[in-house]
Write a protein that binds this ligand. Structure first.
Ligand code: PMP
Length: 394
């Protein structure tokens, strides 16, 4: 049977990273893979995670199974972090999942299970895994206009016009904050307009929130998710703890299904448990337990929030420095959008040929669609990148 399997195309980012490792140039710059790195190029274990792990090692007495939905305390803590008091707790069903990807996958499965005809509207571009999982499950996708490479911002008129085509029961997938791969986001007024279209079309919103705390702050980054969940009869929310807790490999995420008034919360919860059972039974617990300990202990929580804020501000500082540097070199505001983008990524908005030129001539590694991981920079390499962008003629 194995010989009948199709060869899989190589992962573009992993191939790029391999080429980067083999590049002998000392001044090469890695803006590829999507993990946070500090000024020393290290993805650190956060202080609060270390402290929680220490405590867990001392206090944990069993590693027996927890439950199909994970520990309810993890759900409570994460629902509070993501949704605050936007909706009553009783209207939210939640399941712990293996990472944010697991939450996205289970959400898509729930959509398909509930309505095999549902189409999922995805931003153009979106995180490639969205498309690949949807294709794998055989769910029809509809792209909506999103990034405007002329301005580096959102093509909002195009987006609204495309979302307006949704039918009742279709799903509109939105990035809660820090859009990946573009870095371009909606403002609060635009979010209200999206909510109006959701109401008009009776499409169901699904929000993927993987970078809460990386953009404008923990509450600010959750504001759109909260507004949508409060306004709509049903909302699906896939949250990841990988980035904001720095626990990428622990595979920690939560899928939330908000049912206004709580009318369908019970059936949603049973369905989430059923779908977890079919795919992996019990979700991973280690990362979820650390997150719960941090969010429920005032001291650990304060330390975590402070370190996350340092991370956020360092990326914001690098963005501003890059935008300023390019302003100086070009004498124009053409690249000001880089300072306005939020989160770990920015799409430069240039051609694959230019991306290749940056790599070949300047040792700058970014994904072919010109997505840059801003955290791959530091104060010393920002001017080098700015010069490379200008020298390449972008
Ligand atoms: N959604 C988006 C938009 C992401 O960028 C990511 C991380 N690359 C995820 C979900 C999920 O990440 P993870 O599975 O590592 O938690």
């Amino acid at each position: 049977m194995f010989e009948q399997l199709k060869p899989q195309p190589a992962d573009k980012i992993l191939t790029l990273m391999q080429t980067y490792r083999e590049d002998p140039r000392a001044d090469k710059i890695d803006l590829g893979v999507g993990v946070y790195k500090n000024a020393q190029g290290v993805t650190p274990v956060m202080r609060a995670i270390k402290a929680a792990e220490h405590r867990l090692w001392e206090e944990q007495e069993t590693k027996s199974y927890v439950g199909l939905l994970g520990d309810p305390a993890f759900s409570d803590a994460m629902i509070d972090l993501v949704l605050g008091d936007a909706v009553p707790r009783a209207s939210v069903a939640a399941a712990a999942t293996p990472g944010g990807t697991g939450a996205v996958r289970q959400a898509f499965e729930m959509i398909q299970y509930g309505n095999p005809k549902a189409r999922v509207f995805v931003s153009d571009p979106t995180w490639p895994n969205h498309i690949s999982i949807l294709n794998y499950l055989g769910i029809e996708t509809v792209a909506y206009r999103y990034f405007d490479s002329e301005t580096g911002g959102v093509d909002f008129d195009g987006m609204l016009a495309d979302l307006d085509q949704a039918q009742p029961g279709d799903v509109i997938l939105l990035h809660g904050c820090c859009h990946n791969p573009t870095g371009a986001n909606l403002n609060p007024v635009q979010w209200q307009e999206v909510i109006a279209v959701l109401k008009k079309t009776q499409a169901i919103p699904m929000i993927d929130i993987a970078y809460q705390g990386f953009g404008d702050g923990l509450d600010e980054d959750a504001a759109a998710t909260r507004a949508v969940a409060a306004a709509m009869p049903e909302t699906l929310i896939a949250a990841s703890c990988s980035k904001n807790f720095g626990i990428y490999r622990e595979r920690t995420g939560l899928l939330m299904a908000v049912s206004q008034g709580g009318a369908n919360t019970g059936i949603a919860r049973d369905t989430l448990a059923f779908l977890n059972r079919q795919n992996f039974s019990f979700p991973p617990d280690h990362g979820a337990r650390l997150v719960t300990m941090i969010l429920t202990d005032p001291e650990l929580r304060a330390d975590w929030a402070a370190e996350l804020e340092e991370v956020r501000l360092s990326m914001l500082g690098l963005r501003k420095q890059l935008a300023d540097e390019l302003q100086k070199l070009t004498g124009s505001d053409r690249f000001a959008f880089l300072g306005q983008h939020r989160g770990m990524f920015s799409r430069l908005g240039t051609s694959p040929e230019m991306v290749e030129k940056l790599r070949a001539d300047h040792g700058v590694y970014m994904v072919g669609d010109s997505r840059m991981n801003i955290a791959g920079l530091n104060a010393r390499t920002v001017p080098v990148l700015a010069q490379a962008i200008v020298s390449a003629g972008i």
